[in-house]
Design a protein. Structure first.
Ligand SMILES: [Zn+2]
Ligand SMILES: [Zn+2]
Ligand SMILES: [Zn+2]
Length: 247
């Protein structure tokens, strides 16, 4: 299995427009964070997790030529507003929960049940808490809450991905035990209404004890990549845009 972090920033991206803070002014490329998205490759199947407004730039930067499926965590703009840029990829299966399906049909109605030439070639699949197959690969959905909004996380083999998750039950966390690689959002150190702080993300890590964890969805308030990486436990890391890991 291989993951490529296409984007690791919060909804505004980093740098934040107009900001002159140390992170936004940093010359370390790891402090430049596009909106949050990852590409997972499993047995030759390419699965995109979220498709935000930076997707076009991410696809070009990483030379993407094929995508089999997109898993959407939730309907927020930073996770969904790249759907129109899926046009070069044909026959893409899109998986989302009921609320995200409603949002997709509201914003991207022209992409579905329409044979107008050149529009994205998508098949929409509404998912619930039941496991489902993507080209023969089993995906187990994880339900969590982003303040009040239900969001979907995913487990595929020994890989788990959770973003924009403020609350999660112990029953759902139990589905994430025994992971080799776990990805979770960690917005910043200060608490936030709808995202976990670094400390809250570490508490989730401590409960499920994955072999390796990578943080995503950081804001400029998170701090400099190099300094923050050094503060974390040895098996917890700060992801950065373009990082690829085989596991
Ligand atoms: Zn987000
Ligand atoms: Zn800043
Ligand atoms: Zn969100």
């Amino acid at each position: 299995m291989k993951i490529t972090f296409l984007g690791t920033g919060t909804s505004s991206g980093v740098p934040y427009i107009g900001c002159k803070c140390a992170v936004c002014s940093s010359t370390d490329p790891r402090d430049k964070r596009l909106r949050c998205s990852s590409l997972l490759e499993v047995d030759g199947v390419k699965i995109l997790i979220d498709c935000g407004p930076d997707f076009r730039q991410q696809a070009l930067a990483n030379g993407l030529t094929h995508i089999d499926a997109v898993l959407l965590t939730h309907e927020h703009v930073d996770h969904m507003m790249g759907i129109d840029d899926l046009r070069p990829f044909r026959n893409v299966d899109v998986y989302a929960n009921d609320l995200t399906v409603k949002a997709l049909l509201r914003v991207y109605a022209y992409c579905f049940n329409n044979d107008y030439p050149g529009i994205p070639s998508l098949s929409l699949h509404e998912i619930d808490e039941q496991p489902f197959l993507v080209k023969g690969i089993e995906v187990t959905p994880i339900t969590a809450f982003h303040y009040c909004l239900p969001v979907m996380g995913f487990r595929i083999g020994n890989f788990g991905y959770l973003t924009d998750v403020k609350f999660i039950s112990d029953d759902e966390l139990a589905k994430l035990k025994g992971l080799d690689l776990f990805v979770i959002d960690a917005l910043r150190h200060k608490k936030h209404l709808s995202h976990p702080s670094v400390e809250e993300a570490l508490a989730i890590v401590e409960k499920i004890k994955p072999k390796q964890t990578y943080f995503v969805h950081m804001s400029h308030d998170f701090g400099l990549h190099e300094e923050q990486e050094a503060l974390l436990p040895a098996n917890v890391h700060v992801a950065y845009d373009g990082l690829s890991l085989s596991f």
